[in-house]
Design a protein around this ligand. Structure first.
Ligand code: SF4
Length: 884
């Protein structure tokens, strides 16, 4: 008799801010698919979402607590947490304790953290990695609208006749939204992409403004001036619904007096600037989507307001197909904003300076007062740890040792901190290495609660797996500590539904329409109602019990007089101290198939096939000028920081500028931390660090030899080579290696391969060495070394040999050649869904395929999630020498 299948569970993808609905079949043992009923994605998933099922399992999970390096029972570890907090508060005051949270947490986790810290421990120092993601957009919304509220909804991206995407590579970072924008293409719909580099998203663009980094405010100030000078303003809207237009326009005229000046300052063709301005003026239905390229800047808040100014000036806010639209990076960055998870906010969209807010929140929480003012924002918070002002830090579901700028300083801060508490579902991260107390947290699939996506849509994350080992939800771990600290009565939550109800009730407390974040209509949900909750866009109040798609539609804002504010914007360009005279400008960002610091996505070999190593995108002129070569290694150096990656020569970059991915950590590469190249410089309003403008020197990596090592050992491991990078493959681990030292390979290879060698081939004249370990006919490990990296064979066939129970004679004979003569290598995987590689695509094009449809017919590539379509088009254009 077969066991009955478990019903499919509807939950939400834990990666990006699109917030796609996911269906997990058969308790996670079955496939993970898109939820046809979820309004964000209507059944579609990008390759990351589609691979979620492959990230489950206990491998690499933190299953037991650890205290001072020793395994501990969970109650004892929680005792240790409470004792550390109690001791620090007694000796150094509440402000010696800090919480560093994450947009990966559920809203219920966030709520309990905020309540415990600000309401009971009374420390104001609660911040989140969302500070690195969208805090500039938050600050811009508050300055313009009086509240951190996104006026638009996803449908607006489809309704817009002009779509402006500023600092947003949506094709890779919001793939399903990008697919929706692409599908909505129609006669007359135009797309403008504003980005210093060509990305997969520019494939959709009718106009790409490849502007000089950091000059976005000049471009939008210029637009405001142009609108004023060409009858492009909605004067009635400005008169009836806004304030501050005159001063703002005057400032804009100083910063960007005319198109010619804008073109020079932004380093753009004047005709392109004119075209953009004309299109914007002539298109009532315009949406400007902006993302990390705008937010992660020393002038991120100003950039957001410069965009919003133009939308207010044309009355295009909260209208169908017409709005500014901040696209959030993380799955629950918005949920953190709702509860007050940013250091400068208090709770439920109330700030410390909101009249009566502190007393109201204290009364609601039934405590004798709350922290008495804003806390430190992320970068400053870690500086306070470095100085010793903060002595206990509890880090949840995030990896600041990789993600914060100037990582060496962050690591030093964590090393100095007397008590570092880390709760995570992953055992070994760069940050858990510093933990004095490690708490096992529930992972995706085990979590139960809510998240809010970029369009304010609250969705349920539902558990479909039992908790692994001693893992517990973060809200539960914190409530247990609260009990131990003597605050138990206020933390008597026994379900996430109970936390959510309290959160919803606080949003409505003394609200009376004064705060747009109001979900009080959900405050009485039963446990069953919570379980069945369908996606709903806040507010969900008495006036809008079923949610609301758009905000500020009637031109009424959350300021005391109900008017939106124009914000005068001066030009402030990114720059580092004059002492930093390094030649290359460094831009950092995400890649298509990885998420944040790779702790989850790198568990899936499929997601490492698209980009397997750290890389540096460099303009061909710089490649030549600096003596680099495409495909060889190069190093970016900034002070003590180094980033080594494979050169990708591309005119997507502007000369003098490079792009590096943010994902690689020290578990996966010797020198892959992008944050080694960015300084601790932040936006003065939002505190968001500048991640799009570092300075570095770029030089060839002086490799004497290059190697590929494959072995059965599944764990990442550090090598004594100048350069190494790890990627798991389906049946083995795989390393790229390179070094400048001489190595006596015949003498040392057995150490690298873990035992005696069965096959050896050595050609010292050409710097070539190859060896393999084979035990009982099974391939255990193989090393290929060559002085020239292009002579190393592709390893796809070798990797497949690890799946064989026993190598045939023929396979053994050809092993060191690195290829099966009868089988052709696929090259780097472009379509992850159908495992279609670069070389297969090139071959298909050579055989006559001249469109993505023809490639789809031949290879199926691009026919599932569509994430690879921009790259397929780009490859076709490149091969055919014309746009397709
Ligand atoms: Fe997940 Fe974002 Fe992909 Fe949707 S678009 S499946 S939320 S990573």
């Amino acid at each position: 008799m077969t066991e009955a299948a478990v019903s499919p569970i509807r939950t939400t993808c834990p990666y990006c801010g699109v917030g796609c609905g996911v269906v997990a079949a058969n308790g996670g043992a079955g496939p993970v698919s898109g939820d046809n009923d979820h309004p964000a994605n209507r059944g579609r998933l990008c390759v990351k979402g589609a691979s979620l099922g492959e990230t489950l399992g206990s491998h690499g999970r933190l299953l037991k607590a650890r205290v001072d390096g020793c395994e501990s029972e969970l109650p004892a570890a929680l005792d240790a947490v409470a004792a550390a907090i109690q001791d620090s508060v007694a000796k150094y005051g509440p402000s010696s304790v800090a919480f560093y949270l994450s947009g990966q947490l559920l809203t219920e986790d966030y709520y309990v953290a905020n309540k415990l810290a600000k309401g009971f421990i009374k420390t104001p120092h609660v911040d989140t990695n969302s500070r690195l993601c969208m805090s500039s957009a938050v600050a811009a919304h508050k300055r313009a609208f009086g509240a951190d509220a996104v006026p638009a909804c996803y449908e607006d991206l489809e309704l817009a006749d002009l779509l402006v995407l500023s600092g947003s590579n949506a094709a890779w970072n919001h793939p399903i939204l990008y697919q929706r924008m692409k599908t909505a293409a129609r006669e007359g719909r135009r797309v403008v992409v504003i980005d210093p580099r060509a990305t997969a998203t520019t494939e959709l663009a009718d106009l790409h403004l490849k502007l000089k980094p950091g000059t976005d405010t000049v471009l939008f100030n210029g637009l405001l001036v142009w609108l004023a000078d060409h009858q492009g303003l909605d004067s009635e809207y400005i008169r009836d619904h806004c304030a501050g237009f005159g001063d703002t326009l005057a400032e804009a005229r100083i910063a960007a007096p005319d198109t010619a000046s804008v073109a020079i300052q932004c380093d753009l063709p004047r005709a392109d600037v004119d075209t953009f301005y004309q299109w914007f003026a002539a298109t009532p239905r315009t949406v400007t989507g902006f993302s990390q390229g705008v937010n992660q800047s020393v002038a991120g808040t100003d950039k957001g307001n410069a965009i919003i100014n133009c939308h207010l000036a044309t009355g295009r806010v909260g209208q169908p197909g017409a709005s500014p639209f901040s696209l959030t990076g993380q799955p629950n960055a918005m949920g953190g904003r709702e509860v007050g998870g940013l250091a400068n906010t208090l709770a439920a969209h109330m700030d410390y300076d909101t009249p009566g807010a502190q007393a109201r929140v204290a009364k609601f929480w039934q405590t004798d007062g709350v922290a008495d003012g804003p806390g430190l924002k992320a970068v400053d918070l870690f500086e306070a740890i470095y100085r010793g002002d903060i002595r206990v830090v509890w880090i949840m579901a995030t990896n600041p040792a990789v993600s914060l700028p100037d990582t060496d300083r962050v690591r030093e801060a964590l090393a100095r901190c007397p008590t570092v508490i880390v709760s995570d579902c992953v055992a070994n991260t760069d940050t858990t290495a510093f933990a004095d107390i490690l708490l096992p947290a529930a992972g995706w699939g085990e979590k139960d609660g809510t998240v809010t996506n970029s369009e304010r849509c609250i969705s349920r994350q539902r558990a479909f797996l039992p908790l692994a080992g001693d893992a517990r939800p973060d809200w539960w771990l914190m409530s247990e500590v609260a009990w131990r600290l003597g605050f138990g009565e206020a933390f008597g939550f026994n379900t996430p539904a109970a936390v959510f109800r309290e959160h919803a009730a606080l949003s409505g407390c003394d609200n009376n329409g004064t705060r747009v974040f109001d979900i009080s209509a959900l405050a009485e949900l039963s446990d069953q109602g919570f379980d069945a909750l369908s996606p709903i866009q806040w507010p969900a109040s008495e006036e809008a019990p079923h949610g609301q798609a758009r905000l500020f539609t009637a031109g009424q804002f959350c300021t005391p007089d109900g008017r939106a504010r124009f914000i005068p914007i001066q030009t402030r360009l990114p720059r580092e101290s004059p002492a930093t005279a390094l030649p290359m400008i460094v831009n950092t960002g995400r890649i298509r198939d990885q998420w944040h610091t790779m702790t989850r996505t790198a568990r899936t070999p499929r997601l490492l096939q698209h980009r397997s190593e750290p890389f540096i995108e460099v303009h061909p002129e710089d490649v030549e000028r600096l003596g680099l070569s495409n495909g060889a290694l190069a190093t970016l150096t900034r002070n003590q920081g180094r980033f080594t990656g494979r050169v990708r020569s591309t005119d997507a970059q502007r000369p003098g500028e490079v792009f590096v991915p943010i994902h690689w950590n020290q578990q996966f590469a010797s020198e892959g931390l992008a944050t080694q190249l960015t300084a601790r410089i932040t936006d003065p309003v939002s505190g968001q660090p500048e991640s799009k403008f570092g300075l570095a020197d770029l030089t060839p990596f002086p490799a004497r030899w290059h190697g590929r090592l494959l072995c059965r050992e599944p764990q990442p491991r550090r090598w004594q080579a100048g350069y190494w990078s790890y990627a798991p493959l389906a049946e083995c681990g795989s390393w790229w290696l390179a070094g400048s030292e001489r190595v006596d390979w015949p003498r040392n290879a057995s150490q690298w391969l873990g035992g005696p060698l069965q096959q050896v081939m050595s050609d010292p004249t050409n710097g070539c060495f190859r060896a393999a370990r084979i035990v009982d006919g099974r391939l255990i490990s193989i090393l290929l070394v060559d002085a020239r990296p292009e002579r190393l064979p592709a390893v796809d066939w070798l990797a497949s040999c690890f799946a064989l129970k026993s190598l045939s004679d023929e396979q053994s004979r050809t092993l060191l050649a690195g290829r099966d003569i009868a089988r052709e290598a696929t090259g780097a995987i472009i379509c992850s869904c159908f495992q279609v590689g670069e070389r297969q695509i090139e071959k298909s094009v050579a055989n006559g395929a001249d469109s993505v449809e023809a490639l789809a017919a031949a290879l199926k590539c691009g026919t599932n999630c569509g994430s690879c379509l921009p790259e397929l088009k780009s490859m076709l254009s490149h091969s055919l020498g014309k746009a397709v």
